[in-house]
Design a protein around this ligand. Structure first.
Ligand SMILES: Cc1cc2nc3c(=O)[nH]c(=O)nc-3n(C[C@H](O)[C@H](O)[C@H](O)COP(=O)(O)O)c2cc1C
Length: 196
């Protein structure tokens, strides 16, 4: 356990400053950094250590296959989609040099309902985003119709007990960081019971 107040302050500041980066470009973190990020991120809280998750990484030309799945979903959900919409769907696979697909892999367990398992998988995704940010890169977590699409789930090889919890687009921020206003803790945290 780290008992260093300076590091503690830095980590807390980093968590508080994290923001998403919807516009991303090359490069993504290299393989060595990614390995460290992925391995650290897996230390998310996980009831009964079920490890109810797996992740796919998609980069380079492999994004063409993801783009084709996005197109298939687009045409299926809107058979009268114009060519522009179809092109947009394909282009979404190229919004970042690296895409991590987060998948909740639900295990049957008497004490751990699916929602806890999805939250645990989400914890890993959030950790990845934070660690990416800590390394000076950017990311944005997206879901939308693509995450729920049977066509995309099947194309990515998901099975019955699995669900896409999100696509984490990762790369180098293409724009300067906008200012983020910190949220006021007292809006969301209160002492209970309030005996005033
Ligand atoms: C589970 C989940 C799904 C999300 N899906 C989308 C999405 O489909 N499209 C989108 O624009 N933002 C989505 N977001 C929100 C962005 O990732 C991001 O948090 C939001 O744009 C606010 O930016 P910020 O993180 O800098 O505050 C999602 C976030 C979460 C946690």
């Amino acid at each position: 356990m780290i008992l260093d107040s300076e590091i503690g302050e830095q980590v807390t500041q980093l968590i508080g400053e994290r923001r998403s980066h919807p516009r991303l470009e090359e490069p993504a973190p290299d393989l060595e950094i990614l390995e460290t990020i992925f391995s650290a991120s897996l230390r998310a809280p996980d009831h009964m250590h079920l490890r109810p998750w797996r992740f796919l990484t998609i980069s380079g030309d492999d994004r063409k296959d993801l783009g084709k799945l996005f197109v298939d979903h687009c045409k299926d959900s809107n058979p009268s989609a114009e060519q522009k919409e179809v092109d947009n769907a394909y282009a979404k696979a190229f919004r970042a040099p690296l895409i991590v697909v987060g998948i909740a892999t639900y295990k049957s367990h008497p004490k751990v309902p699916d929602i806890e398992q999805a939250i645990a998988a989400g914890g890993v995704m959030n950790n990845i985003g934070l660690a990416v940010y800590a390394h000076g890169f950017g990311s944005v977590w997206r879901t939308g119709g693509y995450a729920a699409s049977q066509i995309i789930k099947q194309g990515l090889g998901l099975v019955e007990n699995e669900e896409i919890i999100g696509f984490l687009y990762i790369g180098t921020p293409a724009t300067r960081d906008r200012h983020v206003r910190p949220l006021a803790a007292d809006e969301f945290f209160s002492v209970w019971p309030n005996n005033d």
